[in-house]
Each structure stands twice: as structure tokens, then as C-alpha cells.
Ligand binder design. Structure first.
Ligand code: NI
Length: 175
């Protein structure tokens, strides 16, 4: 397994819509394993393929996310192929939502409380499940990535401009 480079905003591939995956090849399986490892190493609870420069509809997430009884040492991830949200209800505010592709910034984001996700698993079998709370936020956040949307696209214009100013200052300092 290989640790992948996580691209950060304003990298172009993060803002592009990703194409549906046609076939789950050995390369795709290897990619999801690398993505899982990269996610846990970061550490994060979810990672979408465009974040590692692959504009295909693939996400991975921490299988124990949102489960308070889970053994935190047990690092297991789930990969979803071509995931989509088919139903959504309720409303919550994610507290200090962040993203491995958006450095040094978190914000509260308005999200649905419950979503129904339809996808294929890594073996190509259709899966459908309901996600609530933290898991629902992860699903919305990661599936947004497949449409070229970052959580900073879902906050107020004012907050976003503050973040962009902070970032451009930081990038200039680096030069
Ligand atoms: Ni993200």
C-alpha cells in the first residue's frame, strides 16, 4: 500500500465533477486501499478520489465513524463506488467540519440529518443504507467532493472570503 498525496484547495481537480466509474478493476481496488490508508494516516474519517487527483466517483470512509462503541484501534474503512444520495431529511449543523483538502480551517455547515445513500460496494454489489448524524455529514461531504463541491462552498460568502484572504496570505508567505 502507498500513501497518496492529498491535494489541497485551490487545486483544480477538487472543483471538477467526477465521472462515474464503469468497472471495478484491480487498479480501482488498489486505489481504494491506498485511499483508506492515506485517510487513516492523515488522520481523517472520509476521503474522495478527486482529493488524490482521480476524478472518478469513489469514496472511502471510516467504517466506525459515528459509532461511539467502536474500538478506535480497529481501523477499517468502507469504499463506495458511484455513491448518490437518493433521499434526505431533517437538518443539523456539523460542528467544526473540516476537510483534508482545506488546510487550517473548520466551520459549522448546515447539513441534512438523515440521508439515504445508494452505491456499489467494492465487489460491485448494489448497496443502499440510511445514514444519520456524523455518518450522514460524512456522506454529504464526500459525495459533494464528487461534484466538485467543498464544504467552504456551503458556508456564507463572508466566511468564505475571510478564509480565502487568510489562505492567499499564507500562500504568499510561502513564496
Ligand atoms: Ni473533504
Amino acid at each position: 500500500m502507498t500513501l497518496l498525496k492529498i491535494l489541497t484547495y485551490p487545486e483544480k481537480s477538487l472543483s471538477l465533477p467526477s465521472a462515474p466509474l464503469e468497472e471495478i478493476t484491480d487498479e480501482v481496488i488498489a486505489l481504494t486501499k491506498d485511499m483508506g490508508e492515506t485517510m487513516f494516516e492523515a488522520p481523517g474519517v472520509g476521503l474522495a478520489a478527486p482529493q488524490v487527483g482521480v476524478n472518478k466517483r469513489i469514496i472511502v470512509y471510516d467504517s466506525n465513524a459515528g459509532n461511539p462503541e467502536a474500538d478506535r484501534e480497529q481501523k477499517e474503512f468502507t469504499a463506495l463506488i458511484n455513491p448518490e444520495i437518493t433521499a434526505a431529511s431533517g437538518s443539523i449543523v456539523s460542528e467544526e467540519e473540516g476537510c483534508l483538502s482545506v488546510v487550517d480551517y473548520t466551520s459549522d455547515v448546515k447539513r441534512y440529518e438523515t440521508v439515504t445513500v445508494k452505491a456499489q460496494d467494492i465487489d460491485g454489489n448494489p448497496v443502499e443504507f440510511e445514514a444519520k448524524g456524523i455518518l450522514a455529514v460524512i456522506m454529504q461531504h464526500e459525495i459533494d467532493h464528487l461534484d466538485g463541491i467543498l464544504f467552504i462552498d456551503r458556508i456564507s460568502v463572508l466566511k468564505r472570503s475571510i478564509y480565502k484572504k487568510k489562505l492567499s496570505k499564507k500562500l504568499k508567505e510561502k513564496e
